[in-house]
Design a protein around this ligand. Structure first.
Ligand code: NCD
Length: 307
């Protein structure tokens, strides 16, 4: 039995196969409409979510399966003090696969150790968010035709942004990938990513404060929200929340073939005037998120690809 806790749980070859399956699903949805008939997905969400939870549910329903779950810690037995391990042991009796989001780093790993069904990490605190990464990889591959041989700018809250940590983890495995890490000093990338992922893999990267200066070099600009819920005090959040705002003026500095991604939800960091720019890919990204989650559910449940 396999889990998906970190993008590195799958080899590059396995991710390639998963993205190809997702792409086949995108182009032939009826073929997959019953491959998970009779299977159940449990969504265990101890933290707010719109896209991730609903895209998992939509994915399972589109495969013919059913869904059950809870969407906040308050409405689960966590409110009575139940541990994640006990909860997942119970859920293993009700469902065939589980997607879990939790505010604590490492919680999905803890759940996987007690689980008898595959566990998917749908975000563990400021740590990892592997299914957003699969979504991001599918978006980049579909729009540019490649993974690797590109300069990726990551901008905003690189400290607490789990989507950023997972994406860097995954992308260092593709050849000739360079990063420009654009953040205020207080929200720089954590040292474990800088040292153990970027430097350890001899990846070319620079850390800068200025978005305008970085724009012309980028193939992908990955914008992120300042993660309000992970700040220890409101004052720091207020001071940093609008540190970068991507607008039409900044987009003029970018290449014609650069794409803007964002895991969403957006607050102020991308002005709505950018939405009509053909390079704005963040709503397309949402759609790709359903296909990759369909492919992931099939892969973890070891469902045969229909002919
Ligand atoms: C992200 C998350 O939850 O980490 N959202 C998502 O899953 N699409 C990004 C964010 O909340 O800023």
């Amino acid at each position: 039995m396999r889990h998906m806790l970190n993008p590195l749980d799958f080899s590059v070859k396995e991710i390639d196969a998963l993205l190809s399956l997702a792409s086949d699903i995108e182009h032939n949805p009826p073929k997959y409409a019953h491959v998970c008939d009779g299977k159940k997905l449990a969504t265990l969400f101890y933290e707010p979510s719109t896209r991730t939870r609903l895209s998992f549910e939509s994915a399972m329903l589109s495969l013919g399966g059913s869904v059950l779950g809870f969407s906040s810690a308050d409405s689960s037995s966590a409110a009575k003090g139940e541990s994640v391990s006990d909860t997942i042991r119970a859920i293993s009796c009700y469902a065939d696969i589980a997607a879990m989001r939790h505010p604590k780093e490492g919680s999905a790993l803890v759940a996987s150790l007690a689980s008898s069904i595959p566990v998917i990490n749908a975000g563990d605190g400021g740590h990892q968010h592997p299914t957003q990464t699969l979504t991001d990889l599918m978006t980049i591959r579909s729009l540019t035709g490649r993974l690797g041989h590109m300069t990726v700018g990551l901008c905003g809250d690189l400290k607490f942004g789990r989507t950023v940590h997972s994406l860097i983890n995954a992308m260092v495995r593709y050849p000739d990938t360079r990063f420009v890490l654009i953040a205020p000093d207080e929200l720089r990338i954590p040292s474990y990513i800088r040292e153990d992922v970027l430097k350890a893999n001899h990846i070319e990267f620079k850390e800068v404060n200025n978005l305008d200066e970085a724009m012309p070099d980028l193939d992908i600009l990955y914008m992120t929200r300042v993660q309000k819920e992970r700040f220890f005090n409101e004052e720091d959040y207020i001071r940093l929340k609008d540190c970068y705002i991507l607008d039409k003026k900044k987009m003029k500095l970018a290449r014609e073939d650069m794409y803007v991604l964002h895991p969403l939800p957006r607050v102020n960091e991308i002005s709505t005037e950018v939405d009509s720019d053909p390079r704005a890919a963040y709503f397309k990204q949402v759609q790709y998120g359903v296909y990759v989650r369909m492919a992931l559910i099939m892969t973890l449940l070891e469902v045969e690809k229909p002919c």
